[in-house]
Design a protein around this ligand. Structure first.
Ligand code: SAM
Length: 400
């Protein structure tokens, strides 16, 4: 009996190191496999992005030569390149940090873009004619003028039909992808990390998110993949863009879309936990920007999260001044010059939000703010903080 137990003990002690070695080996193999997968992802992703950028950059350079456009100085080009590379690195880091899924890195709809390309190319002569004639009122006949504010009834970017036809909506995503060298979805998904962090601290309850000016739904579709627990709402003034959003979001079970003006959100006060907005504010007049922010504040619950992404501004992105200026000159963007000088941090805080961060991302920036619960009193922005090139702002309430 004693002999048996000694044998058993010897056997167990002999097996224990073997098991430990095996576990250690498995951990090491997992680590190596993860590392290899990561390296392959990084290489594939960078190749994909650079492959998209290369032909676009070439066409743009050619156009600049043909039209005799002013060339950027080397410092401006270096700043733009640096921000491009920074955003690629950030995108990969966000996936590795678990802030959004890896699938988002590889979801560019190449098939649908390839099908759209011929129509886009056929449309180019019309766009050029319109731009040369400076005709920004070339809209489809029969548009109900009463339904839209005058600032909206125009050919933004000289695009055919403005935002007012299905054809325009069908061409939009590809056109924007070309304009931003394959980075438009990458920029859009920079609204997701603050949402993921917010949800991680908010517990398991169901939450509602509203994307204001959702356009064709590309931001919502990425949010849906990253945070499937969210109940999603999208609002846009263009019913035609919402038609495309409906098909882009066809696989998302919990989403409602509504055609309305963001200056009058058709929702109850305090209805949402999160409000997002991508690339709307630079297309709004000064006063409308404030009206939209007031509405966003009204529909958010106290403590709720606001994440706004829009074009870079001079406050934090002086190094891009050349490109921001060209955008205003080359495209029909009548409110853009005012926008780039109107540091959005100021009206965000004035609307009653506490600004948490402002981060530059390539040619865009992301504001993260919270609706302050029950605060009163005038707000002061410490503006010096935004001019330091790091894109950080700070704000305080005098009586709050
Ligand atoms: C530059 S696009 C951005 C769309 C989308 N967020 C994206 O990332 O592709 C601007 C969008 O804002 C919408 N829009 C403009 N003014 C609006 C308003 N006052 N209310 C609601 N939507 C508006 C347009 O219809 C268009 O879809």
């Amino acid at each position: 009996m004693q002999r048996d137990s000694i044998d058993a003990e010897t056997e167990t002690t002999a097996r224990a190191p073997a098991a430990n070695v095996w576990t250690a080996l498995r951990i090491e193999l997992d680590r190596v496999a993860t590392d290899v997968r990561r390296r392959i992802d990084r290489a594939t992703y960078r190749t994909q992005q650079h492959a998209i950028r290369f032909p676009l950059a070439t066409v743009r350079r050619l156009l600049a030569v043909l039209t005799g456009g002013e060339s950027p100085d080397p410092a401006s080009v270096a700043a733009l390149r640096g921000r491009y590379e920074d955003l690629l690195a950030r995108d990969l880091a966000n996936v590795e940090a678990g802030l959004y899924p890896r699938a988002l890195l590889f979801q560019i709809p190449f098939g649908s873009y390839a099908r759209t390309l011929p129509s886009l190319l056929l449309d180019v002569p019309r766009v050029i004619r319109r731009a040369l004639a400076r005709d920004h009122q070339d809209l489809p006949a029969g548009v109900d003028a009463q339904r839209y504010p005058s600032y909206f009834r125009r050919n933004f970017h000289w695009q055919s039909d403005g935002y007012l036809s299905r054809r325009s909506a069908e061409l939009y995503d590809l056109a924007v992808e070309l304009l931003f060298a394959g980075m438009s979805d990458v920029m859009r998904r920079q609204v997701i990390p603050p949402i993921s962090r917010f949800m991680a601290t908010a517990g398991a309850r169901d939450m509602r998110l509203l994307d204001v000016a959702c356009g064709t739904g590309r931001t919502l579709s990425q949010i849906a993949l990253a945070q499937p627990r969210l109940r999603l709402y999208g609002l846009d003034l263009s019913p035609y863009y919402l038609q495309i959003a409906r098909s882009v979001l066809a696989d998302v079970p919990d989403v409602s879309l509504v055609a309305e003006n963001a200056e009058r959100l058709p929702f109850r006060s305090r209805h949402f936990d999160v409000v997002t907005c991508v690339h709307l504010f630079h297309e709004l007049p000064h006063a409308a920007r404030r009206a939209v922010l007031a509405e966003m504040h009204r529909v958010l619950r106290p403590g709720g999260l606001l994440v706004v992404e829009d074009s870079a501004q001079l406050a934090e992105s002086g190094s891009l001044a050349f490109f921001l200026g060209r955008f205003a000159a080359d495209f029909h963007e009548p409110f853009y010059r005012d926008y780039i000088g109107d540091d959005l941090a100021v009206p965000i805080v004035e609307a009653g939000f506490r600004l948490e961060s402002v981060e530059p991302h390539f040619v865009a920036k992301v504001f993260v703010a919270r609706k302050v619960a029950g605060a009163r009193g005038p707000l002061t922005i410490h503006r010096g903080a935004t001019a330091n090139g790091r894109g950080r702002s700070r704000a305080s309430r005098r009586n709050g």
